[in-house]
Design a protein around this ligand. Sequence first.
Ligand code: PGA
Length: 251
Amino acid sequence: MRKKIVAGNWKMNNDSAQTEALISELLSKKPEHSVAKIVIAPSFVNLQAAVQQTHGTSIIVAAQNMHQAESGAYTGETSVGMLKGIKVNTVILGHSERRAYFGETNALLAEKVNTALSHNLTIIFCFGEELADRQGGNHFNVVESQLREGLFHISRENWSSVVLAYEPVWAIGTGETASPEQAQEMHAFIRNLIRNEIGAGVADATSILYGGSVKPDNAREIFSKPDVDGGLIGGASLKAGDFLEIVNGMQ
Ligand code: PGA
């Protein structure tokens, strides 16, 4: 059975007091009906406190990024060893904002993937097409290249450390969501690609999350699709009530 996951990507939001308050609220209001694992990704400076605050609970704390090098003269960057040192064992890689604003290419992401896997981190690997790609009917090709160039080189064993997050760029932070049918169509395409390229066992076992303007009022329908195994939530993960309602949408 594939894992069901709802992950909150807090991006550059929440200072330390806000981080603590939001985690407290999440812990006190626990989702009642959901089968989903909860992941939260606070900013780097708040990761250690978040790990401590969630210790002994089922909430998993993830980083939003990491550098591909083990260490060195990379001012302002964070290494995999630093994450492991504070017991962060999950990292989001390839988010469209990293790709668009920080020049992260598929080739660079392949390096980050290798570094993360060599230290046994779980990766939430993000990818997705831009509006022009979809309008031009090119979305399947774009997604396929992102996966082939950034991820498909890993060994079959390493796939158990990978969670995929399909996030059409035109749906991120815009209030415009892919329809449940569009999400399902792409997720089925991705699973099929993995089935053909890697194998049926990996295809069936890999969780594929949808991200892009998931809200309490649309989560349940998107999550009900057979190839959608959860969500990566930006804006709506900043309010405990909304986030937990989304988590509860994963039945
Ligand atoms: P959004 O962001 O939910 O605010 O659209 C999703 C994401 O960027 O992961």
